[in-house]
Structure formats: C-alpha cells, structure tokens
Design a protein around this ligand. Structure first.
Ligand SMILES: [Zn+2]
Ligand SMILES: [Zn+2]
Ligand SMILES: [Zn+2]
Length: 89
C-alpha cells in the first residue's frame, strides 16, 4: 500500500474499518470519546488521545499492535505507534 514508511504499514494490504463507530471500551463504562481509531491487527475500535481514556494508545502499548487507522468519516490515514509513522492512503 504505502511505500517505504515502515514495515508495519507496508504489511497492510487491506485497511480494517470500524465495525461500529463506537469506542469498544468506552461503551462498557459509559465514557465519552472524541475521535475513533481502528486497530489494524485485531480490528478493535478505540478512542484517540484527545479522549479522556485514550484507549487506542493504551491498547497499542499493552498489546504491541502497532498500527491504527482513523475511523473518522472522510479521514483516510494510518499511524504506526512504534515508528511514529503517519501515512494517508
Ligand atoms: Zn511501523
Ligand atoms: Zn475509549
Ligand atoms: Zn489490536
């Protein structure tokens, strides 16, 4: 897909999209979120760093799942945590 950004992003051939536009963790606790990201390893959709719980970043660190995609309408980008690599597709 993207050329030469990092091996994690290069390995992605199909972007995994959110099944539902909710944070999988915030819905369990009734928390609010700002933006949503979808993990490209397991498909979990979680909230961004502007959200109180920052579930996407916590998930990436806890699971070592490296890459998320934006789950926001009209946004088409991937971000790799270990490489801090950002690419639009
Ligand atoms: Zn990477
Ligand atoms: Zn959340
Ligand atoms: Zn994951």
């Amino acid at each position: 897909m993207a050329d030469g950004i990092c091996s994690h992003i290069e390995a992605i051939t199909n972007v995994v999209h959110a099944k539902q536009r909710v944070c999988d963790e915030c819905v369990k606790t009734g928390s609010r979120w700002v933006h949503l990201r979808t993990c490209q390893t397991c498909g979990a959709t979680l909230c961004c760093d502007n959200s109180p719980n920052r579930h996407a970043t916590r998930h990436a660190l806890a699971t070592e799942h490296p890459v998320v995609a934006s789950a926001e309408p009209g946004e088409r980008w991937l971000y790799c945590y270990p490489d801090e690599a950002f690419v639009e597709y």
